[in-house]
Design a protein around this ligand. Structure first.
Ligand SMILES: [Zn+2]
Length: 347
């Protein structure tokens, strides 16, 4: 018994340290995305100055664009590699140990794989936004040979394919039931999926405006599909007023954008997902204090000192006003019914 207890506390300590490590990394990569996003914004003007709209410069222009793309792509690759080689391995190993020694190794539901999915969607979104901005600029340049315009259209076609693939990619993540145990992750993925849908829609409009024939591949990014997704997000946000304010703001912004067709068509600037509150929580993960490992009712591990308010994944769910009303009116009805029955009984 004593030996088992000792082994248990040893394993708990190992898990605690691994959770701390994964949390710190998550925050570090989130910051790396900020840095590369800022750099893209800072260097945009100097890049477009270097692009020369004439046929002789085509090769040079492509090299410039590729070099710009490479840096942000590197951040994306590092995130994916870490998720695959470190996060997934840790999660798998601890899971296996639990199967073999259920009395010694606890059952944990780790959310880090999905946190890293979110990071990947964020960095893809940064890259796509930059591509759209650049392509829009190229399309507006005066080049008699139409070389830069062709380059711009090619970039848009590629970005369209990628955004359509990302809609499916997000869906695969959302189909995993574990994702819904963390309303923050769940909602952010949903918003990224909506954003990819808006990007695809904006590109399609721009391409057809530029005379490029469009296949009618609309299903997952047409208005109705996006609107249905927005409604789901709003419903979730209403249940989490403390943690989902920024997500709600994004949902509202995307909803307005969806209604204003011309804004999407004329300028290819689709806003990113506002994840301020999620980012705050990621910052707290970087200050994780070991030695206080706790597991919530959904088996998410966390540090009880660092997250004194409770599990950072679960969040605080509240009933919406409508639900409160329905709940109380159901009770009122029950009470009235019982009262009426009692009266009849007395008669
Ligand atoms: Zn939890």
């Amino acid at each position: 018994m004593y030996r088992e207890l000792r082994a248990w506390s040893f394993i708990e300590d190992v898990v605690d340290r691994l959770v701390a490590k994964m949390g710190r990394k998550m925050h570090r990569y989130a910051t790396a995305i900020d840095v590369v996003q800022q750099k893209l914004a800072d260097t945009f003007n100097s890049l477009v100055k270097d692009i020369r709209p004439n046929p002789l410069a085509a090769k040079g222009n492509i090299a410039l664009i590729l070099r710009r793309n490479r840096e942000v792509l590197d951040v994306q690759k590092t995130i994916v590699k870490y998720r695959k080689e470190v996060i997934d391995r840790i999660q798998r190993d601890i899971g296996k140990q639990h199967e073999v020694f259920p009395n010694i190794v606890g059952s944990y539901v780790f959310m880090f794989h999905h946190h890293f999915d979110v990071l990947e969607y964020r960095v893809i979104s940064v890259r796509l936004s930059d591509t759209l901005r650049l392509a829009d600029h190229l399309l507006g340049l005066q080049d008699p040979s139409l070389g830069v315009q062709r380059q711009g259209l090619k970039m848009l076609e590629y970005a369209h394919k990628e955004s359509m693939a990302c809609i499916e990619y997000c869906q695969e993540a959302l189909d995993n039931e574990i994702v819904s145990t963390s309303p923050r992750i769940d909602t952010e993925i949903r918003l990224h999926q909506i954003q990819f849908g808006l990007v695809a829609k904006a590109i399609r409009s721009k391409l057809s405006q530029s005379g490029v024939p469009q296949e009618s591949e609309l299903s997952s990014s047409d208005d109705d599909a996006i609107e249905a997704k927005l409604n789901t997000v709003s419903e979730i946000c209403e249940h989490y007023p403390d943690s989902h304010k920024s997500f709600m703001a994004s949902a509202t912004e995307f909803g307005q954008l969806l209604k204003r067709e011309s804004v999407v068509t004329d300028n290819l600037r689709i806003p990113g997902v506002n994840a301020d509150e999620a980012r705050e929580v990621e910052k707290v993960w970087s200050q994780y204090e070991v030695g206080h490992l706790k597991v919530c009712t959904r088996s998410h591990p966390f540090s009880a000192t660092t997250f004194a308010q409770g599990c950072p994944e679960c969040g605080k769910k509240v009933m919406t006003e409508k639900e409160v009303y329905q709940h109380t009116s159901a009770h009122l009805f029950e009470d009235r019914f019982l009262e009426a029955m009692r009266k009849i009984g007395k008669e």
